[in-house]
Design a protein around this ligand. Structure first.
Ligand code: ZN
Length: 266
């Protein structure tokens, strides 16, 4: 099914998500093994809360090809009782010393939902940028409907490095992030027919700062929209990125693989 010799690095996945247990044969572990057999040689499983960060580490301990990111997503940050916030952050910092933890994330801003608490989101974002610095780890940024505030906060923290996951901003923003030394990771939407803005950004990104990801079980690429996503579908995103950059899918796979290895310090 896969072209022999092509290796893929899925820079952002959530195999601990309940949807895998409910909808994928063999659950999250079955999906991981299937993707690995299909040429996905490395996967970063990303946490969004204390418990999912712990689950990410468990998967990374169980599967040699999996690494973990640990962090509290802005929407999850809003669910934590005020008296528990600093305890949750301390727990994330403690998890950072695990040898398979290679990034802090996903962290950032999500203004999409009603009841957005910007103060709480900013507190967690900044605290986890500091944790990443102390742990000498890059960060994985989630940004939804918050492009300006995300850019401003990152610009205020020039010591940090990281990746904008599932980047959906415009090409000028992509160039600015690259100039600041930040990576960009592209996901399923780059395959969508009318996603011109994302395609332009994927074309504009610096070669050395480009990664690809599934964000599975979410964001399935064309031709699998409506299905549960898994890393085996990453090749469609890879093909779309290759097409807009005028390189072969094999070159795009290898380029993004080496970039992800460098980013995660492997
Ligand atoms: Zn994610």
């Amino acid at each position: 099914m896969e072209t022999p010799g092509i290796r893929y690095f899925d820079a952002h996945a959530h195999y601990n998500d309940r949807r895998f247990e409910e909808e994928f044969e063999g659950g999250g572990r079955g999906a991981l093994l299937k993707a690995h057999a299909e040429g996905v040689e490395r996967i970063c499983n990303v946490g969004s809360s204390v418990s999912s960060s712990e689950e990410s580490i468990r998967l990374a301990e169980e599967f040699p090809f999996v690494i973990a990111a640990v962090g509290i997503h802005p929407s999850d940050a809003q669910e934590i009782p005020a008296s528990e916030c600093d305890r949750a952050l301390s727990r994330i910092e403690a998890l950072c010393s695990h040898e398979k933890v290679r990034a802090v994330g996903e962290i950032g801003f999500d203004y999409h939902w009603d009841g957005t608490d910007k103060e709480r989101q900013t507190y967690f974002f900044e605290a986890q940028m500091d944790i990443a610095l102390r742990a000498s780890l890059p960060v994985v940024i989630h940004s939804r409907d918050a492009a300006g505030d995300t850019f401003d906060l990152i610009a205020r923290h020039p010591e940090n490095t990281g990746v904008l996951h599932s980047y959906s901003g415009h090409a000028e923003g992509a160039r600015q992030y690259n100039r600041m030394g930040w990576y960009l990771s592209f996901s399923g939407p780059v395959t969508y027919k009318n996603a011109n803005k994302v395609k332009e950004s994927a074309a504009a990104a610096e070669s050395r700062m480009l990664m690809i990801e599934t964000d599975c079980p979410y964001l399935p690429p064309v031709p699998h929209r409506g299905e549960i996503n898994y890393s085996g579908y990453l090749r469609h995103t890879c093909e779309a990125v290759a097409a807009v950059r005028g390189i072969s899918p094999a070159e795009a796979a290898e380029l993004t693989f080496q970039n992800a290895e460098r980013f995660f310090g492997l």
